[in-house]
Write a protein that binds this ligand. Structure first.
Ligand code: SF4
Ligand code: SF4
Length: 181
């Protein structure tokens, strides 16, 4: 198998392992989470206009909304930038506090960032966001090790700027570089 095909296969296996971990260890914990991420106390939600319009049930045009927002007359939890909208410090309107669930779960409107949080595959690594209390990094590393097999060892490293983001990369036993470098 070519090295590109091997990298693709590894990325696929890592993505599947990340998804399996989310399903088994994270999602079942959401209903009893002490700090639900959808309240956006510490996380920032990134939305496109279509999502923002639907979540806030906006009737006006985007131009009119942007004008209001820049004049300080829009919802205070929304900031605009680079064609996107960033929400922080107030619960996402799609969050159902009673049932502790997402009202757009499984729908096209659900942001990809929400689906990926807190564990996702990125460029040959699995990234875990430790701001989610359900993530156990050692258990996740064991899940990944089981998925990729003994041919690989799992190497853990924290992001320098955001140490709550921890990457787990699979390195071929006997090599110093991760597959993908
Ligand atoms: S922080 Fe983690 S456990 Fe809590 S609601 Fe979000 S994904 Fe679920
Ligand atoms: S879209 Fe759903 S998952 Fe994402 S922050 Fe809102 S309620 Fe939570």
């Amino acid at each position: 198998m070519s090295s590109r095909a091997s990298r693709r296969l590894l990325a696929k296996e890592l993505a599947a392992a990340a998804a399996a971990y989310q399903a088994a260890a994270v999602i079942p914990h959401c209903a009893e989470c002490a700090k639900p991420c959808c309240r956006l106390d510490s996380l920032v939600l990134e939305l496109e206009w279509k999502q923002l319009k639907s979540f806030w049930r906006l009737e006006e045009s985007r131009t009119a909304f942007d004008r209001k927002l820049s004049a300080g007359q829009g919802p205070e939890e929304i900031r605009a930038g680079d064609g996107l909208y960033y929400i922080h410090s107030k619960a996402c309107p799609a969050y159902d506090e009673t049932h502790r669930s997402c009202r757009v779960y499984g729908q096209e409107l659900k942001p990809l960032g929400c689906t990926d949080f807190p564990v996702y595959e990125d460029r040959g690594c699995v990234v875990a966001d430790l701001r989610c209390e359900a993530v156990n990094i050692e258990a996740l590393a064991a899940t990944i090790a089981g998925a990729v097999g003994q041919e690989f060892r799992i190497v853990k490293s924290a992001d320098e700027e955001f140490p709550f983001l921890v990457s787990l990369s699979a390195r071929k036993v006997g090599t110093k570089r991760k597959l993908g470098d």
